[in-house]
Design a protein around this ligand. Structure first.
Ligand code: ITT
Length: 221
């Protein structure tokens, strides 16, 4: 028998993401719960390095199996054209070439972000502004049991700035302080308010598509 979509588990331990998605999905009449609310001891599944879609599907299926509830997972990262799409799926551990084992265990999230930014700026040191085009990508996958019910993708276009003009801005996380938002490339995404970023970002776009799929799926069940 198909599961109802009255409650959806968000496959993240990041309370900020749960709150953000709870707001975005409220309009679909879905109750959104964090993985820690239903299954606090669920181990994190190993992600691969193939694609955002594959990683999000791995997480969504693993948590759907662990909780017995429909589960929504996201995977995201930064693609830089001059680096053939890198850092891509290894965005969160780019400074260590994607090797989580190479990262010192004592690093805070902010320190890890700073090391990734330093590495990316060094890799792009000789690349002129017009060739520094990049985009954030977010893929969300909704799974029930082993079935993938929906996949949604969002992108956020920009350019990687050059020192000493970047890093700058205090909002956001990750590569935001060096990402100059298209089309004007005047502000970094760390200089956008959270509402401005949500309105334009890869995660906001993917969430809005997913909201549409959830509404459709709920009316067809
Ligand atoms: P969880 O898996 O615990 O949710 P994470 O840090 O791995 O957190 P993501 O998979 O969503 O988060 O993103 C992977 C990396 O891509 C992230 O660590 C950042 O370096 C970068 N990234 C993704 N979205 C970003 C954004 O909106 N702004 C800046 N950097 C971002």
């Amino acid at each position: 028998m198909p599961q109802t979509l009255d409650t959806v588990v968000i496959a993240t331990r990041n309370p900020g993401k749960v709150a953000e998605l709870r707001d975005l999905l409220a309009d679909a009449g879905v109750e959104v719960v964090g993985i820690d609310d239903v299954c606090p001891n669920t181990p994190e599944p190993d992600e691969g390095t193939v694609s955002f879609e594959a990683n999000a599907a791995i997480k969504a299926r693993a948590y759907a199996a662990a909780t017995g509830l429909p589960c929504l997972a996201d995977d995201s990262g930064l693609e830089v054209d001059a680096l053939a799409g890198a850092p891509g799926v290894i965005s969160s551990h780019y400074a260590w070439d994607g090797q989580t084992s190479g990262e010192p265990a004592t690093l805070t999230r902010a320190q890890r972000d700073a090391r990734n930014i330093e590495r990316l700026l060094a890799d792009l040191a000789d690349v002129p502004p017009e060739q520094r085009t990049a985009r954030f990508v977010c893929v969300m996958v909704l799974a029930a049991g082993d079935d993938i019910l929906a996949t949604a993708r969002g992108t956020f276009e920009g350019r990687i700035g050059q020192p000493p003009h970047v890093p700058r801005g205090t909002h956001g996380f990750g590569y935001d302080p060096i990402f100059l938002v298209a089309p004007h490339h005047e502000r970094t995404s760390a200089e956008l308010t959270p509402d401005e970023k949500n309105a334009h970002s890869h995660r906001g776009e993917a969430a809005r598509h997913m909201l549409g799929y959830l509404r459709l799926l709920r009316t067809s069940r």
